[in-house]
Write a protein that binds this ligand. Structure first.
Ligand code: PEP
Ligand code: MN
Length: 354
């Protein structure tokens, strides 16, 4: 951390800052500077540096205070130089999948679980195309309280039925900490949706579990906010966090959100956590999903999460952005050919493995 003094700050003001720095346990190093003095804080002290920034900013003669190292320690690459790999699919019925390695992980399925026929049918279809996890919302965050809110517990049970039928581990969203026990019983991966990225109490509850987490970026969140949200989960001792870029709000309105493709290499540099992209929510239009999915893989993503519905025109949520199973299969074939260009691979479709 450095404290930049104002031009013309008095000796007494500098002395006061130096004294307070020493009182916190750091060693102050004063760079005299031609125009203004800069005081660097040296040493390791177990203290909340963000709070310290605020405190020193109020001191007389101080122009600004800057953190040099990131405030997210646990999510930072500095503390974990190697990319993190971990297994998904804790449930006995699930076929385990590793994320963060050379194999791309594709999660696919409906926005919402709607019926047994829908979710089991889609699970078989996406598995045959090469997906290795099934997505599906049972608790849905909808903009309007009058829209379909999800099937709740019954939806979780149907996801379990689909997992038993296909072996695909299940990723599903939590909205309310009261549902945590039920969701942990059924989910292989707990999704924290974009709207809840900064629901800090929910992050803490999920951090206390040992179920892998798919954390989606808030549409108005900076990468640093995103990593601090992940830090909440990691701080609870749950180290298995997957970061999901799903589009941010910009002035552009030709698509639902704007895919921040930059965030993929940025995140890969800042953190050891696996990074996936959701081209369905990022674009809001199935016509653009394949292009953006391929851009993400080319950009170094560890995987994708894609909405697939047997009949998007009848979907109870997000039909416009959902691929039909045959469109998904075409995309997977393209991804299979693209992946080796970036030293990755996609598993062969399950049907051809049999
Ligand atoms: C979803 O995955 O269906 C969803 C609601 O996503 P997001 O939180 O990114 O909007
Ligand atoms: Mn959706």
């Amino acid at each position: 951390m450095i404290i930049v003094m104002q031009q013309g700050a008095s000796d007494a003001e500098v002395a006061n800052v130096v004294q307070q720095v020493e009182a916190t346990g750091f060693r102050p190093f004063i760079n005299p500077g031609v125009e203004r003095k800069v005081i660097a804080l040296l040493g390791e002290v177990d203290i909340d540096k963000v709070q310290l920034v605020d405190r020193f900013s109020t001191f007389s003669g101080v122009e600004r205070v800057q953190l040099i190292s990131e405030p997210y320690k646990l999510a930072s690459r500095h503390s974990h130089p190697d990319p993190l790999r971990f297994e998904l699919g804790l449930h006995p019925d699930a076929t385990r999948v590793t994320i963060g390695g050379s194999e791309l992980v594709v999660m696919a399925g409906p926005c919402s679980v709607e019926s047994e026929a829908q979710v089991v049918g889609v699970a078989h279809a996406v598995k045959a195309a090469g997906a290795t996890l099934l997505r599906g919302g049972a608790f849905k965050p909808r903009s309007s309280p009058h829209s379909f809110q999800g099937m709740g517990l019954d939806g979780l049970k149907l996801l379990a039925t689909a997992r038993a039928a296909t072996g695909l581990p299940v990723v599903t969203e939590i909205m309310d900490p009261h549902d945590l026990d039920e969701i942990c019983r059924y989910a292989d991966v707990i999704q924290i949706g974009a709207r809840n990225m900064q629901n800090f109490s929910l992050l803490r509850y999920v951090g206390e579990t040992r179920v892998p987490v798919l954390l989606k970026r808030g549409p108005g969140a900076k990468v640093s906010d995103f990593l601090l949200a992940a830090e909440y989960v990691l701080a609870g001792g749950n180290h298995r966090v997957i970061l999901c870029e799903r589009g941010i709000i910009t002035f552009e309105d030709s698509t639902r959100y704007t895919t921040d493709i930059n965030a993929i290499p940025v995140l890969k540099r800042q953190t050891h956590l696996p990074v996936v992209l959701d081209p369905s929510h990022a674009t809001g239009d199935s016509a653009y999903v394949p292009s953006v999915a391929m851009a993400a893989v080319a950009g170094g993503a560890d995987g994708l999460i894609i909405e697939v519905h047997p009949d998007p025109s009848k979907a109870l949520s997000d039909g416009k952005q959902s691929l039909k199973p045959d469109q998904f299969s075409v995309l997977m074939d393209k991804l299979r050919r693209l992946a080796p260009v970036v030293d990755r691979e996609l598993q062969a479709p399950a049907a051809s493995l049999a």
